[in-house]
Design a protein around this ligand. Structure first.
Ligand code: SF4
Length: 367
């Protein structure tokens, strides 16, 4: 099926219909069958917040057969803080890290410079002082990770140049829409990053991302096939998580509406205010809600419980049922969500301090 719309990895997309995305871009839904194949799936997988994939079966077969594969993630240090979408990427990386033979985390400093206008020096500062420590604080185990900066990895740059020989301008336009030269360079470097681990030895790889990054995955898979003869590349697999919805009930948190999203880290008072202002599935009055019950399926506070704040599936089910039956009302949930979010932020800040010390000792691959 021809895509009816484009996904822009550098812009803010609103995903209105995840099923349509799956159909349009030839993704595969994350099914119960797949879930049963996974050893100890994480919270995001169990609850289908991870909603689709490309070739995940290849990775699961590698896990079951004890065969090597790699997992890779990158950060673009264009902002001073991160958001809950980054947290989901880290959680999925931490899952695959348990089984992967090699794990990579790169800092896309060239992309930050060419697309976002952040100098290499500033990108490095942000990455070292915050982004890398934040990923470690959120669960990435640095002991089993190869870290590198795009600007220092000559193998990636060489590979990006070589890959450029088999892609055309019209393909760029078909995948990304209107592209600038800077965006083309960034896209080729991203693909270079994704395939770089296979230069040493071709093997399956998995890239956990938000759906907005799928254009890079598509280009990487196409180019992996075109360069199979020369390099033996295997098209990388990917898993995609849904967005954390905007607190005002829209589909994605947006920088242009600061009240619509929670950053990591953020002071508890401001988080609490945002949660109390959040869109819920509650009724106009407490009396009505006690009588008719709420609608957790459209409730942003419930979504925060589901995606981030409540680990225990039984507890989440109990909240769902208590909401439906009118046993609890929105004030109860907001009090609980504020408390859990406060605890999360405090624990994050504590772990961040330790992770900053670890980050100072890391070695970065320069090739
Ligand atoms: Fe959401 Fe809780 Fe209100 Fe139900 S009671 S709509 S889960 S905030």
């Amino acid at each position: 099926m021809e895509p009816e719309f484009l996904i822009d990895p550098w812009g803010a997309v609103l995903v209105e219909d995840y099923r349509k995305i799956i159909e349009c871009f030839g993704l595969k839904p994350f099914t119960d069958e797949l879930l049963r194949m996974m050893p100890e799936p994480n919270r995001l997988m169990r609850r289908k917040v991870v909603f689709c994939h490309r070739d995940l079966e290849v990775i699961l077969n590698a896990i079951r057969g004890g065969r090597p594969f790699y997992a890779l993630t990158g950060i673009v240090p264009s902002a001073e803080k991160i958001h809950f979408g980054n947290k989901m990427v880290v959680e999925n990386m931490a899952y695959f890290q348990r089984y992967a033979s090699r794990v990579y985390m790169l800092v896309a400093d060239i992309e930050a410079a060419t697309v976002r206008g952040i100098s290499l020096r500033e990108a490095r500062r942000r990455a070292m002082e915050f982004h890398i420590p934040a990923y470690i604080a959120l669960g990435l185990n640095p002991e089993k990770v190869t870290f590198y900066f795009q600007s220092e990895n000559k193998s990636v740059m060489r590979l990006a140049h070589i890959l450029s020989a088999k892609v055309t301008l019209s393909e760029f336009r078909a995948i990304y829409g209107e592209v600038t030269p800077g965006k083309m360079v960034a896209a080729l470097l991203d693909v270079g990053d994704i395939l770089y681990p296979q230069l040493e030895e071709p093997m399956p790889g998995v890239i956990p991302v938000g759906i907005d990054q799928d254009p890079h995955i598509r280009l990487a898979r196409d180019l992996a096939r075109r360069f199979r003869k020369e390099y033996g590349f295997i098209p990388p697999a990917s898993v995609y998580h849904k967005y954390t919805p905007s607190l005002d009930g829209r589909l994605k948190m947006s920088k242009s509406r600061p009240g619509s999203y929670i950053e990591i880290p953020e002071p508890p008072e401001s988080v609490e205010k945002k949660i109390w202002d959040a869109f819920t599935g509650g009724r106009p009055t407490a009396e009505e809600q006690r009588e008719l019950g709420g609608k957790p399926e459209i409730c942003v506070v419930f979504e925060l419980f589901k995606q981030h704040l409540i680990e225990d599936d039984g507890e989440l089910d109990r909240i769902y049922d208590a909401c439906k039956s009118g046993e609890i009302i929105c004030g109860d949930c907001k009090t609980m969500a504020s408390e859990l979010m406060k605890r999360f932020m405090e624990e994050f800040e504590e772990r961040l301090e330790e992770a900053r010390e670890i980050a100072k000792t890391l070695e970065f691959a320069v090739e």
